[in-house]
Design a protein around this ligand. Sequence first.
Ligand code: HEM
Length: 335
Amino acid sequence: MQAAEPQAILTPITEAAIFLTVTVDAGAEGAVAELLPDLGGLRRSVGFRVPEAGLTCVVGIGAGLWDRLFGEPRPAGLHPFRELRGARHTAPSTPGDLFFHIRATRLDLCFELAQLLAARLPAGARVVDEVHGFKSFDERDLLGFVDGTENPEGMAASAAVVIEGDDPAFAGGSYLIVQRYLHDLASWNELSVEEQEAAFGRTKLDDVEFPDERKAPDSHLVLNTIVDEDGEEQQIMRFNMPFGRVGAGEFGTYYAAYARTPAVIEQMLENMFLGSGAASHDRILDFSTALTGCLFFVPSLDFLDDPSVAAAAPVPEAVPDSGDGSLGIGGLRDG
Ligand code: HEM
């Protein structure tokens, strides 16, 4: 059996990205289901003409829409984003049924594809959040720190994000958690560089991790280093992008992280917002506010092309015989 092919999750950080969050009203599911297998073709329509720009588009499906489209079985980790209400800071859960993560070395190609996608959305499906991100020089976020250094590489990256035997019916899939953060840059810039470095646990100029004994308990690095019971570090892939509008004083980070189970990212979020050990919350949250929060399942390419065949294929024995010759998975639900 050939392994299901993941979507282009592991695209290296690009110069540009567009993040589109879409809601789908009752009644629009059928048209959305017809759009999913066409996504590859739409991407090729734009990307084939400028191959060197590496245009990719990853689509995610939220828990509510999944149930309305496909029902059972559902990916093991799929559920709505859970709001986290800490003593000082909240990670809100906001609407999102479909998500498009569009990336290329050129924003014009991302924009063209976003336009084509938006034109294909049926009445009742609408873009509720849209962020155009850019890569800042030195890979820095707008807080001035290099962002993405500790992402896993090579096989470790794929092991961190791609579902395999842990949920065989959805092998080749992944999970995506996104949050739109706005920074209070004025307050942040009142801190000394040493105070900013303490908030992250890394040096600012040359991006070197502090030795463990120098890391503050509420630093971003301490709260986001998660190990399992064997002491092995649990990894995720982050594709954060800066965005903003200088005239409006808007400076943000669009946080987008993939993992083979949402539990790892959720543990990090709990540490950041609810605290862990001696920390009541992540210090960077005193300067960065989460305005959105969504969780999506990212199916394999095979699933997108044909949900009824692809999801059923790897584990036919796990699917009860419906008696009608179908494998009982992934079909569009009636009504
Ligand atoms: C305002 C939003 C955020 C900003 C600006 C930000 C920025 C950064 C920076 C600059 C680093 C150090 C360099 C590196 O990428 O390895 C980092 C590390 C990291 N961040 Fe964030 N981050 C944000 C939100 C989050 C959230 C919400 C999570 C998880 C739910 C997260 C998880 C991580 C992880 C896992 C690391 C690597 C830790 C390590 O292994 O050293 N970040 N982040």
